[in-house]
Design a protein. Sequence first.
Length: 372
Amino acid sequence: MTPSLRCAIVGTGAVAHLHARAVAAYPHAELVAVTDRDRAAAEAFAAAWGEPVVHDTLDDLLAATHPDVVLVCTPPGAHRDQTLAALAAGAHVVVEKPPAPSLDEVADMVAAAEAADRRFAVVFQQRTGTAAAHVRDLLRRGDLGRPLLAVCQTLWYRGEEYFAAPWRGSWVTEGGGTTLGHGIHQLDLLGFLLGEWTSVQGRLWRLDREIETEDTSTATVTFAGGVVAQVVTSAVAPRETSSIRIDTQKATVTVDHLYGHGHENWRITPAPGYEREAEAWSLPDQEERSDHAPLLRDVFDALRADAPLPPTATDPERSLGLVAAIYASAAADGAVVTPADLAAHPTHRAGFASPVIDQRGIDAPDAGGARG
């Protein structure tokens, strides 16, 4: 078993605190170094998390520290180069979602990890938690019958101040809009539960925000086994919710939450006639909520044991490919996109820039008739 893991964090924004907390909670890991383009921000972050050494650049950090694990918490446009640098220096890499702004860049990262004999883990923390693992097992064993229909909603609210960050809302710097930045969480959980997707038809919409990318998207997705899913993602929904519903032959499974879920957020409702079977579907007695901490714990356990990564941290191409297919379909006026189409796609392997249908200039219906 490998001794304590020496960890470094690249990018000290809000999500980096979740990584630092997870490192602090793991008994065999230590945060030894951080770096950020803003030296003052990095120093304030270090002061809050045990005074790891602050470096001006990632290259300086790698050369001076030789960390075992680099946790990449920067905007997605920087992920590929930072990941390749860390892998070349001999570190394992854990990268925040979305892992990259293109499928080609993710492929480069996966190939570089294999060539360096290092692990490349991706953070999709919605996969974690005892409830998600339990439901996934029920579905994969066929205990609930064949999945038939799914609804996946990421209805969040991001105001103008959120998009004031200079890298947000731009195809070049953010890579995509709310589908990539927000919806990927629930799309990833949907794929974690249902498996591989087989077709996508999608549209991108700009309903209210002054941005280049979309603030809303809609899609129809099919999965292996014939499941049909309706997907809505938005950044203009004041009553925020993240939800998935899966109707199977024997039951309806739902999870309704916002940014994390526990057992209270999940419900399994039996179809008529299957009430007695439902007794065996109960969630485990011991609960663990979804979070960065269990994901990084399981990744760290695997690294120390030189074992394969857990399924909660693998397959970055599945959900990113689904997102890419939504963008590719929108670029083709809602045409069907399959994994085979995406594998050889002439444009959307390299980036997600796509036409967005702008609804902002459409006048509201005349309400004059309502006045009396």
